[in-house]
Design a protein around this ligand. Sequence first.
Ligand SMILES: [Ca+2]
Ligand SMILES: [Ca+2]
Ligand SMILES: [Ca+2]
Length: 418
Amino acid sequence: MTSKTQSGWSSRIESLEVRRHFAVATPPFDARVENGSLIVTGTAADDAIVIDNPEGAAGMVRVMTYSDNWPRVFTGVTRDVRVDLGDGDNQLFVEALLVRRDLRIRTGAGRDGVQLGGTSVGRDASIETRQGDDTLALVGVTVGGQARLASGSGDDLLTVARTTATGKAYVRGYRGDDNVAVIGSTFGGGQILDGLGTDAIVTQAVEIDSNFRHGDQGWEVGFADGPGPPHERGDTLDWGVRTLPRSLKASGTGYYLYGLNGWDDLFMYLTKPVGTGEGLAASQAYQVIYQIEFTTDIPTRYDYPVYLKAGATPNPLDGFLDGNGHYRLNLDKGNQGNAGTEVGIVPSGLNHALPYLAAEAASFPFRTARRTYVHDRPITAGDEGTLRLVVGTDSALEAQTYLYYRKIRVVLVPIRTG
Ligand SMILES: [Ca+2]
Ligand SMILES: [Ca+2]
Ligand SMILES: [Ca+2]
């Protein structure tokens, strides 16, 4: 990897190019606009693709891989968005899209994860994941017509949360033992939920909404990774509920976390314990869903990756020194660019600046992003019905990270297991 650079945008461009060459020789997907419709086609192997609209502009869509590689920005997407990722175990993450007409997503025989967050579809939304044990989730989606979700013969998790459709919603698991959940959603034309296996139909979940405009909301701060406890090794750390940066021209407060990573590894996180008081049940497995709103100046002039992570664990968090003298948490969060079983990576797009930002590359302004995250496996509450929620950032090189978490909304969907 490159070391910290202070020479600004040109070296950032060069090192992005280096990163791409290390990754793959050709883009691992095809994306093009035809007659105003965006068509994204994956490969027969495993695809991991993010489709979003980071600036919220009409007709704009960005397509890239989960690691922010091969970013391509399209304008003039005035009609449909159609995605076909084919076979393989695919991951598709759709965030903040504004689709004028129809949205159509297809995946094939593999074990697929498809999630749509904070997205608006003008007409019909149709998502089909076919065979394999698939996870399909819509969170905070608005559909102007019908919403059709269909998985195939595997044991699937289909979740629709905080979503509205003007027309009818069809949520169909087909064969296999599926978990079909519809939480806090309304459909003008009614809903049809069914499958051919012994499905669990879930209509209630535990929802925890925190808005840091109103204080810390019970969330605590922690730091980990690297040699020795971060606060003892010369890192500069700061945190607390603070007024938003003046340059943002927004009022109110956020939960501020700052770290000057003095080594090349720093995990800064918020955590909140939840339990039976919030409605959790002992030893119950939950699908863990986050909606995170935050303000940051990432990407900064330093070309270093920052990974946003989220998840949950049944255990109280504890730090310890590992065999190498590195300060670790008793939490399987993976390190830096790796996901763990309890905490995974939220594809954030943080590490890719839009091309037109290059013109103002001398400054990396604060901006606000909203991200939805569906953890890729259920987390089981402890035998006293407790879980610890965790949201954080893993930074991989020596540099500063400024973050204001604005809102964290969590939906814990009970899952039948066994
Ligand atoms: Ca594929
Ligand atoms: Ca599939
Ligand atoms: Ca099924």
